[in-house]
Design a protein around this ligand. Structure first.
Ligand code: NAP
Length: 247
């Protein structure tokens, strides 16, 4: 039997306790990785890690927006599971509002979690990856970062920021054997999109050539490919997984 393509590799998945991150954590565990599930809620992170296939995973409570917590968490992951080979920056939040009503906190919280969080984790794992001359970083951005969206100036700015972060990290670390890519999901069924009304969903479906919302597994399969050896010659790319919304 062929070895699994991520056998024994340690993968950090931020926001791995539910939604897209949980599906990615499952896909990487299925591929043989030992997964560190990161979330603010400790119980949810530990429970999600315990439910992943193949065993050997662990959950860690951490707010990605806090650099000190992130550095301490990466240290704890390396002590418990081993050197980090894969980082998936997936944790994200929305605080939607129209521009003229958007509060400073709403803007700052979204940038801190979605953009600074990815920077914090990327900075923290990259020294080890560069030393080992191997590693793969995957950022979860959004079609909203590519197209913009009324009522989401903060979220769109954070996700557009991730595009620049992805390309810069890819260029900076390529010579050390470390790749960095991003997935830009369209509208995927999770807690984050559960709040959409029937009429909002109807409106969205008109913009999606494939005519349906996406499922978390459709993002997870692409994530498994992009962090793995089959994508060994791909870096600095933003791959839309969105039913054809952006083309
Ligand atoms: P979700 O169901 O709301 O899950 C978010 C995850 O992130 C949870 O595990 C949450 O755990 C964690 N999280 C949030 N803030 C955090 C923080 N400051 N520190 C650590 N963990 C944090 O979201 P989702 O729909 O799966 O979305 C996942 C990612 O995909 C996000 O980056 C989102 O922007 C992106 N995305 C989603 C869609 C969509 O349609 N769903 C589309 C495009 C892009 P805790 O609450 O315990 O911290």
């Amino acid at each position: 039997m062929n070895a699994l393509e991520l056998e024994g590799q340690v993968a950090i998945v931020t926001g791995g306790s539910r939604g897209i991150g949980r599906a990615i954590a499952e896909a990487l565990a299925d591929a043989g990785a030992k997964v560190a599930v990161i979330g603010r809620n400790a119980d949810a992170a530990v429970t999600a890690a315990a439910e992943l296939p193949r065993g050997g995973h662990a959950g860690f409570p951490c707010d990605v927006a806090d650099p000190a917590q992130v550095n301490a968490t990466v240290k704890a992951v390396e002590e418990q599971l081993g050197p980090v080979a894969i980082l998936v920056n997936n944790a994200g939040i929305t605080r939607d509002n129209i521009l003229i009503r958007m509060k400073d906190e709403e803007f700052d919280e979204v940038i801190a979690a979605n953009l600074k969080g990815a920077f914090n984790f990327s900075r923290s794992v990259s020294r080890g990856m560069m030393k080992r001359r191997a590693g793969s970083i995957l950022n979860i951005t959004s079609v909203v970062g590519l197209m913009g969206n009324a009522g989401q100036a903060n979220y769109a700015a954070s996700k557009a920021g991730l595009v620049g972060l992805t390309k810069s990290v890819a260029k900076e670390l390529a010579s050390r054997g470390v790749r960095c890519n991003a997935i830009a999901p369209g509208f995927i069924r999770t807690d984050m999109t559960d709040d959409l009304t029937e009429s909002q969903v109807e409106g969205l479906l008109h913009q999606i050539p494939l005519g349906t919302l996406g499922e978390v597994d459709q993002i997870a399969g692409v994530a498994r490919f992009l962090v793995g050896p089959g994508a060994g010659y791909i870096t600095g790319q933003i791959l839309a997984v969105d039913g054809g919304m952006v083309m």
